[in-house]
Design a binder for this molecule. Structure first.
Ligand SMILES: [Fe+2]
Length: 235
């Protein structure tokens, strides 16, 4: 029913699941959250740390086998959460970084504290490399607390915006609540995702998030953000 396009369930390749057992537990938790399409997005940091691509594909294959063996109702896809560095566009162009489910959409994250000009540069360079950027957990970037910047990134560069389920599920302060109200009212958010790592600590909360979205913004918005909008990744 839901699509999760940002998470760290594949074990042993980043700060997500540590081992095979943790991955199995997390897959069960994702199933319990009614997630039927799952794009795996381990961290890659172009030019900073090498990414264990061979292990990733091997562990991804193990996940596929677990899903089949346990009779889970989900399809899984490869991808990466790509840190924006000076080498990110080159990695995409050369196929050294993976897009989401093999689509033309690339999940991009930033170092904390990057400024708005750097986000614009990232959007432009990813577009020039032939891809569409999806900015990961945009609630984290102080420079996007001004929603006009979010609007401009979408209009000028076609950036898609992802936030984590925790934004809706966890209690938020006054300014954060006002930001959420504004971005939602203006239709600036494209996807909510679990960004789940390992359990316990960062469990998936897609089901709970859907219920909150449904209550606050209605069924059409809840469906779009938890799966409908993600159809663009699977064409
Ligand atoms: Fe992540």
């Amino acid at each position: 029913m839901f699509t999760d396009m940002h998470n760290h369930f594949v074990y042993g390749v980043d700060d997500g699941c540590a081992d095979h057992d943790a991955m199995l537990k997390l897959l069960f938790a994702l199933e319990a959250n009614r997630i039927t399409r799952l794009v795996s997005t381990p961290h890659i940091t172009p030019g900073l740390e090498p990414f264990p691509m061979e292990a990733y594909h091997r562990h991804f294959g193990e996940a596929r086998e677990l899903i089949r063996r346990e009779g889970l109702h989900m399809e899984i896809y490869t991808g990466q959460e790509i840190l924006y560095t000076d080498l990110t566009a080159r990695y995409l162009r050369e196929g050294q970084a993976l897009t989401m489910a093999g689509s033309e959409y690339a999940l991009i994250e930033f170092m904390p504290g990057e400024n708005y000009a750097r986000l614009c540069e990232a959007a432009q360079k990813v577009r020039n490399a032939g891809y569409y950027p999806v900015f990961a957990h945009i609630e984290r970037y102080a420079c996007l607390s001004d929603i006009h910047c979010v609007e401009e990134l979408k209009q000028r560069y076609g950036v898609k915006m992802q936030v984590n389920c925790s934004l809706f599920v966890h209690k938020q302060g006054f300014f954060r609540k006002r930001w959420i109200r504004n971005v939602m009212k203006n239709g600036l958010i494209d996807f909510v995702s679990t960004d789940t790592h390992d359990m316990p600590g960062r469990e998936p909360s897609m089901g709970q998030c859907y219920d909150i979205l449904m209550k606050e913004y209605g069924e059409d918005t809840a469906r779009a953000l938890t799966g409908g909008n993600a159809d663009i990744l699977f064409r």
